[in-house]
Design a protein around this ligand. Sequence first.
Ligand SMILES: [Zn+2]
Length: 158
Amino acid sequence: MQANETTGSTQHFGDSPAARPAERPLGRAIKRGMLNRCPACGSGRLFKSFVKPVENCAACGEDYTPQRADDLPPYLVITIVGHVVLGGYMATDLVWPLTTWQHLAIWAPITVILSLLLLQPIKGGAIGLQWALKMHGFGDKPEETEAETTAAYGDRTA
Ligand SMILES: [Zn+2]
């Protein structure tokens, strides 16, 4: 009988978490961000208040200051809400003709409420996307400075 049979060791090269490259599945990161969860660990909160992301995850310490969601969330919200409201208005008007004021009374509040409800989840998804793709400062390398960009591509403002 072999002596090492009783050790029960099944360790293989690459099994330790440190040996594996950090995985950042895109879909999981976007889903976690949309649910107000840290895209990295899934347990810490991503937003400290309405559409204001935390600086660091309280659970895993991931730095969220490099996020540059900028105007992507409002752009997506306008696209989605615009289709829902305009489509809803036209469909309603086909079967149930209403006055302009009645339509305004229905669709204006829906526009505002839907926009407010969607903005934070979509911003969370955008931050999750940027984190998963290692955009901006989310990667291993710091974000390229303006001087480095100018050195690489020339001064485009001239
Ligand atoms: Zn975390």
